[in-house]
Design a protein around this ligand. Sequence first.
Ligand code: SAM
Length: 273
Amino acid sequence: MTPADPVRFSENLLTDNPALYERAFPGTDNARFVADLVARFGSGPAHTLLDAGSGTGRDAARLAELGMTVRGVDISEQMVAYATTRHPGVRFDVGDLRTLDTAHPVDVLTCLGSTLLHLHDTADILTALRRFARCLRPEGLLVLEMRNGAFLLTDRGRRELLDHRALRRVDWEGVTYTSETRLTLDAPAQLLRRERRWSWPGNTEPVCQHTAWRLLFPQELRFLLSCAGFSVVALFDEPGPLTEPAWPGDGVLVERLTGDRLHVVARRERDPR
Ligand SMILES: C[S@@+](CC[C@H](N)C(=O)[O-])C[C@H]1O[C@@H](n2cnc3c(N)ncnc32)[C@H](O)[C@@H]1O
């Protein structure tokens, strides 16, 4: 790594370079989305929150500003180091969704930005959801935000996701990074695979990164949540922090479930299985 070439070569360029991640994906209003849903569907106090897959820490920090005691957990050491430096008032730990733990059960648990879909096996997803239930107090709220697998069942979804290469330019520390992204469907594994090639002036070999999201369908998610001891109180595609129009919209939660994002609010049952 040199000053002229500040990006680390890595399997996942963005999660290993959190400042670049924030530049590529400038803030959404996830915190406002969560706070509004908790005010609408929560029962009892909502003072403590655990953000699972907290990334750069911006949502956790914003939720802390709104008055909650927040802790963030992420599997990426680079993300946790960045979040800790940027937001010293919030605690961030390295951890995995599948082994998530907390000393005291929290009132709200969030898992946003498709983090849950980085688990590809159904058994791992169920393990993580059971962990979420263990970390929540009885009747505590779980808020999930992720890609919607059912979007790919629509003509628009197939066109937007599979039929073109997306180009993006990010200016960071005097260097312009260009990415070309291609998505493909891996039907047997129920995965949406992404290949992203990054190039920038002076770098002869593009950095190619591969990642994949599990395609979760609304009914499947409902079932997994119920197996983990949750009852779903809202499951909708619009509006959300990444939809157009974006949250808060007009307050009506649209349940067509053909949009590209899936939003879930679920309540931990008194005695989770
Ligand atoms: C797309 S980012 C979303 C970050 C943040 N929630 C947001 O919405 O901006 C996904 C995050 O999930 C983290 N992640 C992936 N797999 C994980 C796992 N098994 N346990 C905990 N975090 C994980 C990544 O390191 C990354 O920071």
